[in-house]
Design a protein. Structure first.
Length: 524
């Protein structure tokens, strides 16, 4: 088994992504999660760049991160200055991490045009920096920035930069596709060329690979680098990062562990927590999940086409390349107008319905009709269950609507008041209630609760967690239909409901009423 080191730079390179901003507590929480899943190296940031990163290194020393090692990131010493006098070097040493990663220029173009120093001075900056840190007792990894572009431009000079790092004591030389423009069939031979140059000079330092995703090839390039001999992969959780992001470590780890035999990652802890880790980072970064994200996305093992569902019911591997549980994910069967009877049967839990072909066909026909009108049940499982009960003739509502009314009154700038009135038939008798709210849906929700909670006190456990409105046929302008989707929870379960109407209040009522019906049916 080849052990492949996993080096995470979510807290540094990932935080450079547009819209990503981690607080100090966020960074510490992510570091703990990364350690729990067995990540080998956790890069915390550049301690000289901002107070937050300096505080992170001070605080992280108090955490038990097991076998994971924290890494401080920095650049080569400044030109015309000794490493001992460079403020960056002092900050790196004060971070007190066992490992330091130094990034330096590999491309002759960048040395001349960006750094603005001679080639010889650049080599001295690399060697002096690494030697100084090694002498202070740090293990040093060297990130060869723009390696692939630099090698293609001037392979002799690019090799010299790697040799300068190796001779100064770097224990890993990481080949960086900084612009993200290299293709996999270039990565493999150039990685081998770098290894050969180091070996020929008597300094066979182990290689790493660090790829950006500007051609949507970061994961493929990373795997190509590993196949060519790299022992360390660098990337971020969910691939977040500057421009188009970095190699997604979730996919890299899953591929190495589950698709490429002979590789050991994460200290052998397994991949069952990858989905949980992915979503934790999304939540911490206040970012939306990517449903189609490989391995861990909500749609990664979702089946919608009737033929697919029929096949998966017989043999899961027919349309799933791995068991979803291997990465902590789960299979989902979706229902839509593209569904067949197999989709309906897979979603129905009642045996009397599952085995009733005529009823299944009836449900499928109704789903197709409703979806043609703008309904969508993929995220509204509770509304689907209620639809099945209604068509089966087994729906027994614990309340029914007589009427509702919503009044919105504007009394001036910012002074808007909403009042909802509902009249329901509950437990054989009428209940008529009025409630105020922050908007029409909030007021309807409050009025419903006032009417129902005295009879069904369990409703105090239920509340809404999400509310979405989408225009279905925008070409109709203000007369267009809208689809309202609601998510509700009782603290243990989360369920979705949907309503469609030309009137947003009515669509909201339909989704809201379904949420109440579903909950009450489950607790009576």
């Amino acid at each position: 088994m080849r052990t492949i080191e996993i080096y995470d730079t979510t807290l540094r390179d990932g935080s450079q992504g547009e819209g990503v901003n981690f607080s100090l507590e966020d960074k510490l929480a992510i570091a703990r999660r990364l350690a729990e899943v067995g990540v080998d190296y956790i890069e915390g940031g550049y301690p000289l760049s901002n107070p937050k990163d300096a505080q992170f290194f001070a605080r992280v020393r108090g955490l038990d991160l097991g076998r994971s090692q924290v890494v401080a990131f920095g650049m080569t010493r400044r030109r015309g200055m000794s490493a001992a006098d460079d403020p960056g070097m002092k900050a790196l040493l004060e971070a007190a991490t066992p490992v330091v990663t130094i990034v330096g220029k590999t491309s002759a173009f960048h040395v001349a045009e960006v750094l603005g120093v001679s080639r010889e001075e650049n080599l001295a900056m690399i060697g002096d920096t690494i030697a100084h840190l090694v002498a202070a007792g740090r293990e040093v990894f060297y990130d060869a920035e723009h390696f692939f572009d630099g090698w293609k431009l001037d392979p002799a000079y690019a090799a010299e930069t790697l040799l300068a790092a190796a001779r100064a004591g770097a224990t890993r030389i990481v080949l960086c596709d900084t612009n993200g423009g290299t293709l996999p069939d270039e990565v493999a031979p150039l990685t081998k060329a770098a290894a050969a140059a180091l070996a020929a000079a008597g300094t066979p330092v182990a290689l790493g690979i660090h790829c950006h995703n500007d051609c949507d090839l970061a994961v493929a390039n990373t795997l190509a680098g590993v196949a060519a001999g790299a022992v360390q992969v660098q990337g971020t959780i969910n691939g977040i990062g500057e421009r188009c992001g970095n190699a997604d470590l979730v996919s890299v780890v899953a591929n190495l562990a589950l698709k490429l035999p002979g590789h050991s990652v994460l200290g052998g802890t397994g991949t069952a927590h990858l989905t949980e880790l992915s979503r934790f980072v999304y939540e911490t970064a206040n970012m939306s999940y990517r449903p189609g994200q490989p391995f861990v996305g909500a749609s990664a093992f979702a089946h919608k086409g009737g033929m697919h569902v029929h096949a998966v019911a017989k043999a899961a591997e027919s349309y799933e390349h791995i068991p979803p549980e291997a990465v902590g994910n789960s299979r989902r069967v979706l229902v839509s107008e593209l569904s067949g009877r197999s989709n309906i049967a897979a979603l129905v839990t009642r045996p009397d319905v599952k085995n009733d072909r005529a009823l299944l066909d009836k449900v499928l026909a109704e789903v197709c009709r409703l979806e043609n009108e703008g309904w969508q049940f993929e995220a509204a499982g509770a509304s689907f269950d209620l639809l099945v009960d209604r068509l089966a003739g087994t729906f027994q509502p614990l309340f029914s609507r007589d009427h509702y009314n919503v009044d919105v009154e504007s009394r001036g700038e910012g002074d808007i008041r909403t009042l909802a009135t509902v009249k329901l038939l509950v437990a054989g008798g009428p209940r008529h209630e009025v409630a105020e709210g922050d908007g029409p849906v909030n007021a309807l929700d409050a009025a419903l609760r006032k009417a129902l909670e005295p009879v069904y006190p369990a409703l105090t456990r239920m509340h809404l967690v999400d509310y979405k409105v989408r225009v279905i046929n925008a070409q109709e302008g203000t007369a267009a239909k809208v689809r309202v989707s609601i998510e509700s929870t009782d603290g243990e379960r989360v369920w979705g409901t949907v309503g469609v109407s030309e009137n947003v209040i009515e669509a909201s009522w339909l989704a809201l009423a379904d949420a109440f019906h579903f909950f009450l049916a489950s607790v009576r």
